[in-house]
Design a binder for this molecule. Structure first.
Ligand code: FES
Length: 121
């Protein structure tokens, strides 16, 4: 099944038609720009990124589907935090974004499994 992104930018990503300023961000070591106020998912798609994460079981590539926080196919690591829904996080100057490979744990997971109260920040 093809997994190429079906999103195409309507304008060059570094030249917003409304003249908004842009910010610089980095995805897996690749520098890119995006208009202030757009989501990380929109910025990555507009810069040609088609794989945001891979699934824990088969390793199949995934990319944003709903763009509204419902499908979780847009999970990436943002500024060192895994499991971030990139469609719900705005771009910011210097953001470091990475592909999320497979399953990620979160702080407090062991406490939840053992029945203790979890402390997740
Ligand atoms: S694209 Fe569906 S949750 Fe982000």
């Amino acid at each position: 099944m093809p997994t190429n992104a079906r999103f195409r930018p309507l304008f060059p990503i570094d030249a917003s038609p409304r003249g908004e300023p842009t910010v610089n961000l980095c995805f897996d070591g690749r520098a890119m720009q995006a208009p202030v106020g757009c989501s990380v998912a929109a910025a990555l798609l507009a810069n040609g990124v088609s794989t945001f994460r891979t699934t824990p079981v088969s390793g199949a590539p995934r990319a944003p589907y709903c763009m509204m926080g419902a499908c979780f196919d847009c999970l990436v690591e943002i500024d060192g935090q895994p499991n971030r829904q990139s469609c719900l996080v705005a771009v910011a100057e210097g953001r470091q974004v990475k592909t999320q490979a497979g399953l990620r744990s979160f702080d407090g997971a062991e406490a939840v499994v053992s029945g203790e109260a979890a402390h997740v920040e």
